[in-house]
Design a protein around this ligand. Structure first.
Ligand code: GDP
Length: 202
């Protein structure tokens, strides 16, 4: 059955136009529901938030991660380590705390080892979502890396409390339920790392 056109102001947007926008703007991005998200019973809640906004699942699996995959997913690059270092240092200083680390690469390596351990704590869910501006929209819905700073309404702001300071003192990653690719280049790399071509639908 043909869908009725949607009337918005003077213009009417037909289903065909919606499809055209979808086809032109569509992107694919990679999401991981980390083990704390799985253990808290949040798989359905997280997926439904993305589905409700109109993003489509084109690949999905639950798995236990081996050492090689964890290492490949969380690589230390100079750019990533520098950003991470600056972000964490700023957060510490804002809270009147001394940031005890000096070298961004050393700091990055330490966090990535914790991240690899976090990824291997238990079963996780890997998903590829497709939709217009999927990378940007999913990052916005996921929220700030540090749940303490994540706004209410975002996944990290609504379902977990943790902070850089607390996590660093306990020598573990920030627990923030979910990973989502930061940009299109990262999305391509991560989709290729986690999924075989034939595991994705069109
Ligand atoms: P994301 O893209 O928001 O996940 O953030 P990043 O790519 O910067 O960091 C990857 C993961 O490392 C985060 O999701 C956290 O679990 C962890 N992490 C990042 N920064 C810190 C930090 O300063 N301290 C600790 N303990 N963990 C961190």
């Amino acid at each position: 059955m043909q869908k009725k056109p949607i009337k918005i102001g003077q213009e009417s947007y037909s289903h065909q136009m919606e499809q055209e926008i979808y086809q032109k703007m569509k992107e694919r991005t990679f999401v991981l529901i980390k083990h704390d998200g799985v253990a808290k019973g949040l798989i359905g809640e997280i997926i439904s938030r993305f589905e409700r906004i109109g993003l489509k699942i084109v690949g999905l699996k639950m798995l236990l991660v081996d050492e090689e995959l964890a290492k490949n997913h969380y690589k230390v690059t100079k750019e990533w380590a520098t950003n991470l270092f600056d972000k964490s240092k700023k957060a510490a200083e804002k809270n009147g705390k001394k940031f005890p680390f000096k070298d961004s690469i050393e700091y990055g390596k330490m966090i990535q080892v914790w991240n690899q351990e976090y990824l291997r704590e238990g079963p996780i869910v890997a998903i590829v979502f497709e939709g217009p501006h999927a990378v940007e929209i999913i990052r916005k819905m996921v929220g700030h890396t540090e749940p303490r700073q994540a706004l209410p309404g975002t996944i990290r702001g609504d379902y977990i409390i943790d902070s850089y300071d607390f996590a660093d003192r306990h020598k573990r990653s920030i627990r923030n339920l979910i990973h989502a690719s930061e940009n299109l280049q990262e999305a391509d790399r991560e989709i290729g790392l986690w999924f075989k071509k034939e595991e994705l639908v069109h």
